[in-house]
Design a protein around this ligand. Structure first.
Ligand code: PA5
Length: 464
């Protein structure tokens, strides 16, 4: 079970929390706890109305059975899985691979990967990386998973067209047997192609939005293909859902996390919400969080349609690396940040720092410890140092990084985002702000129906 330590968000004084001057007061914490009844009530109502569909993903035995059958059948026949997708259709898969498979997965030989396939997520449409990926992968041994809930996202569709032609050039009509679509059960261009060409498909539940879909077939199929225990992942997620049933804010970690970040922003100007795991294996998780928090909470209008231009800015950092990059700013820059550290507990492998006879005296403190000891000490020290400087932080503690605790962590953040939507009074499930850019792109590429959009070039002359 993961734990949220939040004492350093509070102004209590150094031993219990911050420096005694900054941070959230106990009185305000009590106020948040009182107001939480309304927040919880609203989430329950919206859930009952079919919103917040991602909660229901913890109970999808049919999809799990289908995914496992697929992974054990078609999946086993390939030694590379190529995922085409972007945003919520890519970031969760990258986070799972990074967290739950050994580092450098694609560089390992078959034995190192326990004979599970390599996994590449194309994600971007940068022609240089796409061309390089296709040169590296053998089309005869690849399974291509095209993931798009809408079935029409320009980047993913362009990737698909390129990859399909690349497959057909080598495999002819057999190409379609190397493709599986994960998309809406009824709508979109991919659904149409699947029906026409007999391509295998898995459904994205309509009530689950892109960035909340990691625990749907969107993330679960690639995860199962590379040997991740998806049942354990969902068991962990279920724990997060269970804990979010509590009406006591202090016993509901996801709700408390959201409430404290909202309060830090609204009452203390901490508009920047940093997530800083002390584990390379959560590097992609931090990127996933960044999209979840940004796209869900950054909104022009509130739920009544009034202009608010609200939204905290998420920042991804990694310890200890970013102690030598961003921590200077966190310590001494503006008081506009609240940091969530993530501690993954005992590493499954540790490396002792060896003794040497010729060691300079200045380095004598290192041998006798492990790299894990050093990482742990640095995380504790950074959190304590920030508190002494009046900087708010919390720590999410995982007992260990496993499929179950990672599933719990993913669901914790999704639930927290749903609660934050209520505190900020925005709809966390839409993204109207990306539409204009899409329309201008379509106009630039001559898509019928978009000629009315004018893509004005930047004013001439203001260039140096
Ligand atoms: O969170 C979201 O809804 C978006 O980031 C989508 O995941 C992203 O735009 C890709 O959409 P789709 O899965 O429809 O291709």
């Amino acid at each position: 079970m993961i734990k949220l330590q939040y004492g350093r968000m509070l102004e209590d004084g150094l031993d219990g929390g911050l420096d005694g001057e900054r941070g959230i007061s106990r009185a305000r914490l009590a106020d948040l706890a009182r107001r939480f009844a309304g927040v919880q009530g609203e989430v329950r109502t919206r859930r009952a109305e079919g919103g917040y569909g991602f909660y229901e993903l913890v109970d999808q035995p049919h999809a799990v059975k289908e995914i496992r059958a697929f992974a054990e059948g078609m999946g086993q026949a390939h030694d590379h899985v190529l995922v085409l997708g972007i945003g919520g259709s890519a970031l969760g898969t990258k986070a799972i691979l990074n967290a739950l498979r050994p580092p450098g997965w694609n560089e390992l030989d078959d034995e190192g990967r326990e004979f599970f396939p390599r996994l590449t997520v194309l994600e971007n449409i940068d022609p240089v990386s796409v061309a390089a990926a296709l040169r590296r992968i053998d089309p005869r041994r690849v399974l291509v998973n095209v993931i798009s809930k809408s079935g029409g996202t320009a980047e993913t569709m362009a990737q698909y067209l390129v990859v399909r032609q690349w497959l057909e050039a080598q495999l002819g009509d057999a190409a379609s047997r190397h493709i599986v679509f994960t998309t809406d059960p009824a709508r979109g261009a991919l659904r149409e192609v699947a029906a026409r060409d007999g391509i295998a498909t898995l459904d994205v539940p309509p009530a689950v939005g892109g960035r909340f879909s990691v625990l749907s077939p969107v993330g679960l199929l690639p995860a199962a293909l590379v040997g991740v225990d998806i049942v354990a992942l969902l068991e962990g997620a279920k724990r997060a859902v269970r804990r979010a049933e509590s009406d006591d804010l202090l016993k509901n970690p996801a709700a408390l996390h959201a409430a404290l970040l909202w309060a830090a922003d609204t009452w203390h100007g901490a508009r920047i919400h940093v997530v800083m795991p002390y584990s390379d294996r959560l590097r992609e998780f931090a990127e996933w969080y960044r999209q979840l928090w940004a796209e869900s909470l950054g909104k022009r209008l509130d739920r009544r349609g009034e202009l608010i231009n609200a939204g905290p800015t998420p920042v991804a950092a990694i310890g200890a690396t970013d102690q030598h990059s961003q921590v200077q700013l966190f310590m001494e820059g503006p008081y506009d940040k609240a940091i969530t550290f993530i501690d993954v507990g005992e590493p499954e492998e540790d490396v002792p720092i060896p003794e040497r006879p010729d060691l300079p005296a200045d380095l004598a403190y290192l041998p006798g410890h492990t790299l894990g000891d050093l990482l742990r000490a640095e995380r504790e020290a950074t959190s304590a140092a920030l508190a002494r400087m009046g900087r708010m932080s919390m720590t999410l503690r995982l007992p260990r990084l496993t499929a179950a605790t990672f599933g719990e962590l993913l669901m914790h953040f999704q639930i927290a985002t749903g609660y934050a939507g209520v505190w900020y009074n925005v709809d966390p499930f839409d993204q109207p702000g990306v539409e204009l850019g899409k329309r201008l792109t379509f106009a630039a590429l001559g898509r019928p129906g978009f000629s009315g959009e004018r893509l004005a070039p930047p004013p001439a002359g203001d260039e140096t």
